[in-house]
Write a protein that binds this ligand. Structure first.
Ligand code: SF4
Ligand code: SF4
Length: 676
């Protein structure tokens, strides 16, 4: 073996060894996390790899940056094959991938040239974005910004040096009077550059060879340097994003992990220290690309509140790295080992600001799961420290004593139905559907109108249904999101007991929060029902001709997507379908709608907290968005009682009381022909 080959072998082994050792070090930091089995649903997981990694679907929500990233990704994959060939050739000069056949090799050579050029252009565009366009979401601290620019420089240099080496190789052949091989013809860019050495720079054969050696070695050394730098850079995501996407919760993201409160061995509940997160939650933090998409869609970030989802993930990552390092050194007296996660690392204001709207999770191209982490920290604050926002402690008390957040007595739960033709499950236990009214439509005066409208619609369509009346309990959804898993599980079990007593199998809800928890979370507690949101039922009744919408409503209507109906359960079309069937209505779309819909500010128990932080309130931001539409709506329609309350409040605060706020069921009841 020649001296340069031996040198390359040594440097390569050392570089890979250094890289592997640091990846192992990072693994030791996350393996202390709580167990979480993610080996189920393998076909869906593989599909996720295709959609989110090979096609990078979410990146294309922003087309040009998406195209740039896809080019760099595929360039990385394809050019790595060429890099391996070059590396092996450096160690064993007779090696070549030519054994795959000349035609296949020519295609390979072309692919290398193509991606060399494409990635170069993509990197130049990336520099243009970062240095000239400077999109807000890419704003980083100095270290993060320099890291990004440095990595871009390394990739650009790899492209330039590869083209430099290829073109010098072709020029050298010409200078030596050698003919190019057939596959050389496919080096379309290097062929154009080759004459630069002899014609523009007037180099002789020996100098061209030296140029080749320079490009070749610098290319290889930058690659190996890049490899060594990766574990310390945000570009760690290059290796972490694959397992992170594969092990995502996917569709299960709409239900919270259930805490085993009876676990006698458990020393604490929720996440009070970094090790309390699961290994997957910790892996998430390594995968963050710092792209800032989560911030862009986050209602708390856009209203300048302390919670910024990107910062949350990066703060967790920094703490994980710091603590992991100290732990591996065995230095348990390090101050970092004693720092409290839920007060010192992540502020309580950050933890309570979240509306659990899922916009961050929906927008993250790496499928990082922010909401679970926030709820786990809330659980620790509530269950282990007895802490919450002061207003919430009162609401917990209301749930405990009256099983509703308003604190109104059980006896009043069905007061809204007085005088209406509604049957109770007690007297009609065999009803096909149970209309689970929920606390908001039962107790909130404004929202009781939704329950009445629903009764009118179901009766008109001849649907066989009943309600639980005084036997209905809060379903625990909001208490759960507020971290009070103990209270939530009690309410869930009480509800299931009642539902099972009446052998309920089909449930209608008018609240997306009830809908989500009954549909997605109750099965884990033994409550298995077919659950429908009222918009799904109404759309079906219209489709089947069981209700007729006749009275024209001359209104411009903007439909506000509820997060728990849309992002959590992908019900986007049914409400729009209903509105489009009401005569006279003209529909306008919010700029941020469907999967990009902007929260009303009430989810995750925020409904029960004062919104004191930030530059403006989230519902105000949403109403302002409605008023800035090209055609100002007369009505903001929603399909969620919490959204309705928030939108109505927003119109008052912004002096837009000329905009009315209505539930879809109210619009339908208004327009519907009623059979006498
Ligand atoms: S769930 Fe919504 S409010 Fe919470 S961090 Fe994500 S985007 Fe922000
Ligand atoms: S969490 Fe996801 S969306 Fe947010 S900055 Fe990181 S990679 Fe981007």
């Amino acid at each position: 073996m020649s001296a340069p080959s031996l040198l390359l072998l040594v440097v390569t082994v050392l570089s890979f060894g250094f890289f592997a050792w640091h990846v192992y070090r990072l693994w030791t930091y996350i393996r202390v996390g709580a167990p979480d089995s993610r080996f189920n649903k393998i076909p869906q997981r593989l599909k996720g790899i295709i959609v989110h990694i090979l096609l990078q679907k979410r990146m294309f929500k922003d087309f040009w940056p998406g195209a740039m990233h896809l080019t760099i990704f595929w360039g990385f994959v394809i050019l790595t094959i060429g890099t391996l060939e070059i590396l092996i050739q450096g160690i064993s000069p007779s090696f070549s991938l030519l054994f795959i056949g000349e035609k296949a090799y020519s295609a390979f050579v072309f692919s290398q040239e193509f991606f060399n050029v494409a990635v170069t252009l993509a990197i130049l565009y990336a520099y243009y974005r970062r240095l000239i366009l400077k999109p807000e979401r890419l704003r980083n601290d100095l270290h993060g910004s320099l890291d990004a620019l440095f990595i871009l420089f390394l990739i650009l240099y790899l492209m330039i040096s590869n083209l430099g080496a290829n073109s010098a190789n072709l020029a050298e052949k010409v200078a030596a009077g050698e003919a190019w091989a057939n596959f050389d013809q496919w080096c379309f860019a290097s062929r154009l550059l080759a004459p630069v050495y002899s014609q523009t720079l007037s180099l002789d054969a020996a100098s061209i060879h030296q140029a080749f050696v320079f490009w070749w070695w610098s290319h290889i050394l930058v690659i190996l340097g890049f490899l060594c730098y990766l574990p310390f850079s945000k570009h760690l995501h290059i290796i972490v994003f694959l397992p992170n996407v594969f092990f995502t919760r996917g569709e299960d993201r709409n239900r919270l992990r259930t805490l085993n409160l009876e676990d006698e061995k458990a020393e604490s509940f929720g996440a009070g220290k970094i090790e309390d997160f699961t290994w997957k939650q910790l892996l998430d933090s390594y995968a963050c690309t710092e792209c800032g998409r989560c911030n862009t869609f986050c209602p708390t970030y856009t209203t300048d509140k302390p919670l910024q989802p990107k910062k949350l993930i990066l703060d967790l990552r920094d703490h994980l790295l710091e603590k992991g390092k100290a732990r591996n050194k065995g230095d348990m007296d390090e101050p970092v080992m004693k720092r409290d996660l839920v007060t010192e690392i992540i502020g309580e204001d950050v933890i309570w600001d979240c509306t659990t709207c899922m916009a961050c999770v929906e927008s993250c191209p790496i499928l990082i799961e922010h909401v679970d982490k926030i709820v786990d920290m809330r659980r620790n604050l509530v269950l282990m420290h007895g802490k919450s926002e002061p207003e919430v402690l009162k609401v917990f008390n209301n749930w405990e004593t009256h099983s509703n957040p308003w604190g109104i007595g059980y006896a009043e739960r069905a007061a809204w139905a007085e005088g209406l033709p509604v049957k109770f499950a007690k007297e009609h236990p065999d009803a096909e559907f149970l209309y689970y009214v929920g606390c908001a439509a039962s107790f909130d005066k404004r929202n009781q109108s939704i329950a009445r409208a629903m009764v009118k619609i179901l009766n008109e369509a001849g649907v066989d249904f009943a309600i639980l009346g005084k036997e209905e309990r809060c379903n625990g959804e909001t208490a759960r999101r507020l971290g009070n898993e103990y209270l939530a599980q009690n309410m869930i079990r009480e509800n299931i007991e009642v539902l099972e007593r009446y052998r309920v199998r089909k449930v209608i809800t008018t609240c997306p929060h009830c809908f989500n928890t009954l549909k997605n979370e109750y099965p884990e507690f033994g409550g298995n029902y077919e659950v429908f949101h009222h918009t799904e039922i109404i759309a079906k009744l219209i489709e089947e001709g069981k209700i007729a919408l006749e009275k024209p409503l001359e209104e411009i209507v903007a439909y506000h997507d509820s997060c728990y109906l849309g992002r959590y359960n992908q019900v986007y079309d049914a409400p729009r379908e209903i509105i489009s069937r009401i005569p006279g209505i003209q529909v306008v779309e919010f700029e941020r709608s469907r999967a990009k819909g902007f929260c009303c500010g009430a989810g995750g128990g925020r409904m029960w907290m004062e919104e004191k932080r930030g530059s403006s309130r989230i519902n105000v931001e949403r109403v302002n968005e409605a008023t800035s539409l090209s055609r100002k709506p007369d009505t903001i329609a929603s399909a969620c009682p919490f959204c309705l309350i928030m939108m109505e409040d927003g119109t008052k605060v912004t002096n837009n009381t000329d905009i009315s706020t209505k539930d879809i069921s109210e619009l339908v009841a208004e327009s519907m022909r009623v059979t006498e």
